[in-house]
Write a protein that binds this ligand. Sequence first.
Ligand SMILES: N[C@@H](CCC(=O)N[C@@H](CS)C(=O)NCC(=O)O)C(=O)O
Length: 205
Amino acid sequence: MIDVYTASTPNGVKVPIALEELGLHYRVVRINLGAQEQKRPDFLRLNPNGRIPAIVDTDGPGGESLSVFESGAILWYLAEKYHGLMPPNAVERIRALEYTFFQVGGVGPMFGQAGWFMRHNEPMPLAITRYQAESNRLTAVLEARLKTTPWLAGESYSVADIMNFAWLRSPQYAGVELSEYPAVQEWVDRMAARPAVIRGLQAIA
Ligand SMILES: N[C@@H](CCC(=O)N[C@@H](CS)C(=O)NCC(=O)O)C(=O)O
């Protein structure tokens, strides 16, 4: 059994979507971020960084229970263990890794900061301008890629699509208008129509 400690946020939807795509059974343990449950000692034992998502796989390596944190690490752990969401082609596997790290190091932090400053009580125009511009620049990188390949890794759907979709499905949060990025919009729509994606989003709605 896989327990998923998560919440209904961009990073929080990735793991249920991946588990649905892999056809696995899992249990959602909802973490109330407003109540700071992610900072409690029992959760910090799973993720010392005090953020969702985290998982516990009761059947980890050697049959031992294993906890994993960081959404990118969780998705790669699941993809390796269950042989799915990973392109069969070696070059595409590298592309999947690239766009996974691109999301973790770029899209997530920039969209997150744009949204945070846009909603802060004190107006901070410089910060908003900076993070919205970066969010748009990163979306343009995805646009260029998706103009040439159906999925971010290439011909194969992979963890990289789930990682980035989790943020690009709500672009307005970071002040990004997807009508300016038609290939990204088409990919978001295609992903949102996948039955496993619908089930994953419902699992944490
Ligand atoms: N790089 C981390 C980011 C995790 C993250 O920022 N999670 C947010 C929700 S989207 C969170 O837990 N926020 C609560 C907090 O910062 O206390 C990942 O991909 O797992």
